[in-house]
Design a protein around this ligand. Structure first.
Ligand code: TXE
Length: 499
C-alpha cells in the first residue's frame, strides 16, 4: 500500500538481551498491522516467561557484578545526553514507526520526539545531582550519612498510546540512578522501544544494562512482575492491570510505581478567557484520539453559560480532521485496535441508551480500511453515568453542567480516578480554592496538558502510585542507605549492668 508518505514498509525486529539482538527461545513471532491502513508494519519475537527469566538473569548479573551501578553521575549524564542527540537525529524514522504502529497523526508523533529528547536531557541533569545527606547534629561521637543507591533490577512496562514518550518517562531516570532494566513495551507498539535499544548501544551503553523483551502482557509482563530477582516495577497502563502488578509484587515485596487511567475534568466558569478555553477543551479531548491518560474527557460547564458555549465547542470540533495519520492535516488518526474500538463504541452506545443528548458525532467513520471514530460530544451527561466516571480512551467529550463551585468540586471528585484537572476562571480566589479542593496529581489553571519536565506527574487514588518527572524522578529508582560513624570510645553494653 502507498500513502501520502510513500510505500509503507514492514520491519522484522528482534529483542535485545545482553547486548545481542535475539529471537524468542521458542522461535515464535507475531505481527502488527497499522490500525489506520491495515497493512503489515512489523513482526516481533513473541517471548514467554523463559525469555523473561533469561533477561532478568542478565540484568541481575550486570547489576550485581559489573561497574555500571558504580559509574559516576557525570558519565551517566553524558550517556543520556548522547541518547537525546541520537533520538533527535533519528526523529523522522521514529515518528513514522510510532504512527504506523499506533495510528496517531505523524505531525503529532514528530512533536513527541522533541518532547522525548527534552526528557532525556532533563534526566541527564538529575544524574549529576543524585546525592544523600549528612547529619552533624547527633552528638560529639556520632556522624550520620545517608547515601542514595540504585534500587537494582527494574522492570519497565509500557502501553501503546505514547510508546517512546512513556518509556522515556522511566528509562533515563532508572539509568540516571544506576539501575539495570528489563523493558516490556506494549505488544501493539514495540518498534520505537526496540529502535531506542539500538540507539542506547550506539551511545555506548554497556551490554545487559538495558534488555528489551517483546510479547504479550501475560506471560511477559506478568512474569516480570512475579520475578523475585526484580527489585522494582514501573508500570503505565490500565488501572485493572495496575492492580495485578501490585498483587504480583507481593512475592518479594518489590517496589511498584504506577501511572494509570484518568477521567480528567476541565471545569469552565463564565468569567474565563473563553477563546482559550474553547481551544483547550477541543485539544484536550481529541489529542491522540483521546487515547491519553490525561485526556480531558469531562467538560464541567457552569449552567449559566452552557447553552451558549456548547454550540461554539461543536463548531470548533467540526474542524478537527479525522483520517489518514500520514496526512499532515489530520488531527485525529485511527484507534489502536478492534478491541479498543469496540470498547469506545460500547461507551457511545451506553450514552444513546441514557438521557444524555448527542450533539456531535457518535459514529464509526465508514472507511475501507482502518478504525476511525468521529469526534463526539455528548451533552447533559450526569455524574452517575459510565460516560461521566469511566475512562473511555476515545474521542468522546462528556458535557456535565453544574450550578456552583461546591457542586463542581463534588462532581470532579466523584470518580475513582485522580490524575489531572483544569480550572478555567479569571478569579484568583476561585481558581486556587478549586485547585485545593480537587483530588488530582495535577491541576492546571487556565491551560491544559502542558507538562514541563521539572514538574512531577502522577495520580491520586486509582490513577497511580508514585510520581514521574520532576526533581525526584531519579530518586524513585534508588534506595536510601543510612551510614553511622562512631568516633572515640564506645559505651559498652555491659557498662552499668550488675556483675
Ligand atoms: O492496557 P494494559 P490496554 C487504559 C485505557 C485503555 C485500557 C486498556 O482505558 O482502554 O487501559 O488498555 C501489559 N502483567 N490505558 O489493554 O492491558 C501490556 O502488555 C503485567 C491507560 O493496552 O494495562 C502493556 O505492555 N503487564 C494507560 C501494558 O501492560 C501486563 C495507557 C499496558 O496494557 C499484564 C494504556 C499483566 N498481567 C491504556 N497484562 C495510561 N495510563 O496512559 C497486560 N500487561
Amino acid at each position: 500500500m502507498s500513502s501520502t508518505h510513500g510505500p509503507i514498509q514492514s520491519h522484522d525486529y528482534q529483542m535485545l538481551i545482553d547486548g545481542h539482538w535475539v529471537e524468542s527461545h521458542s522461535g515464535r513471532r507475531y505481527e502488527r498491522h497499522s490500525p489506520a491502513h491495515d497493512v503489515l508494519v512489523g513482526t516481533y519475537p513473541e517471548a514467554d516467561a523463559k525469555d523473561v527469566d533469561i533477561a532478568v538473569a542478565v540484568a541481575r548479573r550486570v547489576f550485581d557484578e559489573s561497574d555500571w551501578p558504580h559509574t559516576s553521575g557525570a558519565e551517566r549524564a553524558a550517556l543520556l545526553g548522547k541518547v537525546s542527540v541520537l533520538i533527535h537525529e533519528n526523529a523522522e524514522e521514529l515518528a513514522l514507526i510510532e504512527t504506523l504502529e499506533s495510528g496517531k497523526p505523524l505531525n503529532q508523533a514528530r512533536d513527541e520526539m522533541g518532547w522525548t529528547c527534552a526528557i532525556w536531557d532533563y534526566a541527564a541533569t538529575l544524574a549529576r545531582h543524585l546525592r544523600g545527606d549528612a547529619y552533624n547534629n547527633l552528638g560529639p561521637d556520632m556522624l550520620g550519612i545517608t547515601v542514595r543507591e540504585p534500587i537494582g533490577v527494574v522492570g519497565l512496562i509500557t502501553p501503546w498510546n505514547f510508546p517512546l514518550l512513556i518509556i522515556s518517562q522511566k528509562l533515563p531516570f532508572a539509568l540516571a540512578a544506576g539501575c539495570t532494566c528489563v523493558v516490556k513495551p506494549s505488544e501493539l507498539t514495540p518498534g520505537t522501544t526496540l529502535r531506542l535499544g539500538e540507539l542506547l548501544l550506539q551511545a555506548g551503553l554497556a551490554p545487559g544494562v538495558v534488555n528489551i523483551v517483546t510479547g504479550f502482557g501475560d506471560p511477559v509482563g506478568q512474569r516480570l512482575c512475579d520475578h523475585h530477582d526484580v527489585d522494582m516495577i514501573s508500570f503505565t497502563g490500565s488501572t485493572r492491570v495496575g492492580k495485578q502488578v501490585v498483587a504480583a509484587s507481593q512475592g518479594n515485596l518489590k517496589k511498584v510505581t504506577l501511572e494509570l487511567g484518568g477521567k480528567n475534568p476541565q471545569v469552565l466558569f463564565p468569567d474565563a478567557d473563553l477563546d482559550a478555553a474553547l481551544d483547550a477543551v477541543v485539544f484536550g479531548v481529541y489529542f491522540n484520539m483521546g487515547e491519553c491518560c490525561n485526556s480531558g474527557s469531562r467538560l464541567l460547564i457552569h449552567q449559566d453559560m452552557a447553552d451558549k458555549f456548547v454550540p461554539r465547542i461543536i463548531e470548533h470540533a467540526k474542524r478537527v480532521k479525522v483520517g489518514d495519520p500520514l496526512d499532515p492535516a489530520t488531527k485525529v488518526g485511527a484507534l489502536i485496535s478492534d478491541a479498543h474500538l469496540k470498547k469506545v463504541m460500547g461507551y457511545i452506545e451506553s450514552g444513546r441508551k441514557s438521557a444524555a443528548r448527542f450533539r456531535l458525532g457518535g459514529n464509526r467513520l465508514i472507511t475501507d480500511k482502518g478504525r476511525f471514530v468521529e469526534p463526539t460530544i455528548i451533552d447533559h451527561v450526569t455524574a452517575d453515568m459510565p460516560l461521566a466516571c469511566e475512562e473511555v480512551f476515545g474521542p468522546v467529550l462528556s458535557v456535565i453542567r453544574f450550578k456552583d463551585e461546591s457542586e463542581a468540586a463534588g462532581i470532579v471528585n466523584s470518580t475513582m480516578y485522580g490524575l489531572s484537572a483544569a480550572v478555567w476562571t479569571r478569579d484568583l480566589d476561585r481558581a486556587l480554592t478549586m485547585a485545593r479542593r480537587i483530588h488530582a496529581g495535577t491541576v492546571w489553571i487556565n491551560t491544559f496538558m502542558s507538562g514541563p519536565q521539572e514538574l512531577p506527574f502522577g495520580g491520586y487514588r486509582q490513577s497511580g502510585l508514585g510520581r514521574e518527572l520532576g526533581r525526584f524522578a531519579a530518586e524513585e529508582y534508588t534506595e536510601l542507605k543510612t551510614i553511622q560513624l562512631h568516633m572515640g570510645p564506645r559505651t559498652s553494653w555491659w557498662a552499668g549492668l550488675p556483675r
